[in-house]
Structures are given as structure tokens and as C-alpha cells.
Design a protein around this ligand. Structure first.
Ligand SMILES: Cc1ncc(COP(=O)(O)O)c(C=O)c1O
Length: 376
């Protein structure tokens, strides 16, 4: 927390605006839209809800296909299932770890030949790093398929001067507890299409038709954000730039200390993009480092340091068994390799240099003992 949240919470309590909606919600939508340069924004209860609303607004329904990055958290794709549609997973590429334009091109080409183009492409900006939006937008433009940018992890990141989440037809952000700013739980749907965002607010409020009584002609959801949480969001938004600086500094400290180690490669940053470095991620080449990524995760855990593997790709999840998958190269599954070799290090904005030093020293010791065991 930034310290300013109590002021907004007190305001909500003093005015008795506790229930969903209220002046903080309107202000939070306005302030976030302004911060990222989006035309309009709808505050909702989670990032997942925002993705779901985007798909509903794009008319995704049973029998439709939706393409989605494979290397991501399951929340990116669950809303495809909510709509009874078929997910098709697209591999990552090595320079952004985001959606591979090569794989996307093959998938779109094949879908066009089959006469079953997707209703939407969900592009994830992984760990804050923007995907190759120029190439992806050009491909989707050629086939007339709208993009939903899952920028849940990428608030505060930019791509060639534009904010992550404002390049596709819709963008979504998450304010879940682990994100760069948080409302404890919450999300935002953004778009330049004002009518779509107004419709999103209606759908998120049980799709009530305009009438004095309760009239409903289509299914809706209870997805709006509460006025109290929106107040927390307003205070958090004020420190977003500081949080990005803090996370980038954490990344740089790790990089400076560890990048010369054999077999260690940090997540790249594509020229022209600026990542919020939500999580510091790196890959470990076991042949050069003498240890595997999972051995390092276990080694850190022994010293009560929590690290995580990179997301397990969705095309490898039992939930999506049998789903189509398009790999980056014909025989090159980049997301599977990143899952096997990747580690996310502790990256909280409040981490002190001393805490970080402890992680770095432990990692160095882990690599040294691995190399000693391997006789290198
Ligand atoms: C890539 C990605 N998409 C979507 C979500 C869903 O956001 P939420 O937890 O707010 O529903 C998350 C995080 O939780 C995420 O990391």
C-alpha cells in the first residue's frame, strides 16, 4: 500500500458509498483511462471478468474459436470456456516470451482455409514484457480478427510509446493482490470504443434494461468493482510509476549480479518497449549452469526463499488436453522450453537491497554447488 489508501477508504465510509459503484469507481475509471491513454474504461471485479466481458462484447459463443497465448496463467483462457468456445493455443517466441507471430500466421492461414477464423485473439504481455504487437496487429488486421490484450501483468509497460493494453480492440488489467498495483482484487476493461465500454458496464451489472422496475432481456454478470476497492485503486494508481521504477531496479540488480554466470539468461526486453518488470524471470541452461531450473527453485525453497517456475503452458494443461496448438517453429515448442528452464525470482516492489542480496547469494551458492557436483 502507498499510505494514501486510508484517505480514500475513509471518504467512501464517510459518504456511505460502500456498495458496488459510486464516485470512486467513476474517478478510478477516468484516472486509469487517462494514465494509459485509453478512450474509456470499466472497473470490474477481476482481470478474468474483464477478459470475459471482452469476449462477450465480441460475440464469442459456442462453436467459435478463440486464439490465445499458450504461455500464460489459466485466467487468460478460462473465459473462452465460459463462452462455450474452443481455445486454440499459440506458442511463445524467444525475444519477448509473448505470442509468436510466426505461429500465429500459420494458425490464421489454416483457419482461413478451413473457413473457421477465430472470433478473437487474446495476446498476453507476459511478466510485463509486451508481445510483438506490430507483427501481431498486422496479421490480425489482414484477417479482420480483433485483438484482446491481456495486460493483467503489464500495467505501466509500453510498446513503442503506447501503453500495454491500448493497442488492440480491448485491453484488460488486473489489480489482484500480486500485481504491480492492487485493490486486493479487481480489474479494468479498456477500449477506445465508448459504446462497447458502456455495454460492458451494463453486462457487469446483471444486464439490467432501462426501466423503473427490474427488467432483463439477456444474461448478465455481477462483475462491478466496489466503491471502497476503487478508492484503494485510486491511491495505488498514484504510485504506479514508482512501482515500475522499483521493479525495474530489482531486475537490474539481479541482472548485474548474475548475468555473467554460465547458462543464465535474463528475460529480454524488446527494443522500443519498456517492461514494468513485474517479475524478474530468467532461464537456466543446465548444461552450462550445472543445475536445472527446478533444482534452483528447490535450493531457494530450502532457505525459505520463494521462487516459481514460469507458467506451465496452457497447451500442456490437462484442462486443455486435445486443444490445437501452433508452435513457433515446426518442431520448436518455445513455451515448453521456457517452462522447463525458466524461474521467476522474488520481485516485490517493497523488497530491500539486503533481501535481494540474500537471494542473489543463495542463487550463486546453488550454481556453484551444482557445478561442483557436475565436476565443472
Ligand atoms: C496473464 C494474466 N491474465 C489474467 C489474470 C487474471 O486476473 P485476475 O486475477 O484479476 O482475475 C492474471 C492474474 O491473475 C494474469 O496473470
Amino acid at each position: 500500500m502507498s499510505g494514501a489508501e486510508q484517505h480514500y477508504i475513509a471518504e467512501a465510509f464517510a459518504s456511505n458509498w460502500i456498495a458496488p459503484l459510486g464516485p470512486h469507481v467513476d474517478a478510478f475509471e477516468r484516472e486509469l483511462a487517462e494514465a494509459v491513454g485509453a478512450g474509456h474504461a470499466a472497473a470490474v471485479s477481476s482481470g478474468t471478468a474483464a477478459i470475459h466481458l471482452a469476449l462477450r462484447l465480441l460475440g464469442v459463443g459456442p462453436g467459435d474459436r478463440v486464439f490465445c497465448s499458450s504461455l500464460t496463467f489459466v485466467a487468460s483462457a478460462n473465459p473462452i470456456l465460459y463462452q462455450g468456445a474452443e481455445p486454440v493455443f499459440i506458442d511463445a517466441e524467444p525475444e519477448t516470451w509473448g505470442m509468436s507471430p510466426q505461429a500465429l500466421e500459420r494458425a490464421l492461414d489454416e483457419a482461413a482455409k478451413e473457413g473457421r477464423l477465430p472470433k478473437a485473439v487474446i495476446v498476453v504481455h507476459l511478466f510485463g514484457q509486451c508481445a510483438r504487437m506490430d507483427e501481431i496487429s498486422a496479421l490480425c488486421g489482414t484477417y479482420g480478427v480483433p485483438i484482446v490484450e491481456d495486460a493483467a501483468e503489464a500495467l505501466g509497460s509500453s510498446y513503442k510509446g503506447r501503453h500495454a493494453g491500448t493497442i488492440g480492440r480491448f485491453g484488460i488489467y488486473s489489480f489482484n493482490g500480486n500485481k504491480i498495483i492492487t485493490t486486493s482484487g479487481g480489474g479494468m476493461l479498456v477500449s477506445d470504443d465508448g459504446d462497447a465500454i458502456r455495454e460492458a458496464r451494463v453486462l457487469a451489472s446483471q444486464a439490467r434494461d432501462p426501466a423503473v422496475h427490474y427488467e432483463h432481456s439477456r444474461p448478465g454478470y455481477n462483475y462491478r468493482l466496489s466503491n471502497v476497492l476503487a478508492g484503494i485503486g485510486r491511491a495505488q494508481l498514484k504510485v504506479l510509476a514508482d512501482r515500475v521504477e522499483a521493479r525495474r531496479a530489482i531486475f537490474e540488480r539481479y541482472r548485474t549480479a548474475l548475468e555473467a554466470r554460465p547458462g543464465i539468461r535474463f528475460m529480454p526486453e524488446l527494443p522500443g518497449t519498456r517492461s514494468n518488470r513485474w517479475l524478474t524471470a530468467l532461464t537456466v541452461d543446465e548444461h552450462l549452469a550445472g543445475v536445472t531450473a527446478s533444482q534452483l527453485v528447490a535450493w531457494l525453497a530450502e532457505d525459505r526463499i520463494e521462487s516459481r517456475p514460469v507458467w506451465k503452458p496452457l497447451h500442456l494443461q490437462p484442462l486443455f488436453a486435445g486443444a490445437r496448438f501452433y508452435s513457433h517453429g515446426i518442431r520448436e515448442d518455445v513455451s515448453a522450453r521456457l517452462f522447463r528452464t525458466g524461474i521467476c525470482l522474488p520481485s516485490g516492489s517493497a523488497m530491500t537491497p539486503e533481501e535481494q542480496e540474500r537471494v542473489i547469494e543463495r542463487l550463486k551458492a546453488g550454481m556453484k554447488s551444482g557445478q561442483a557436483a557436475a565436476g565443472t
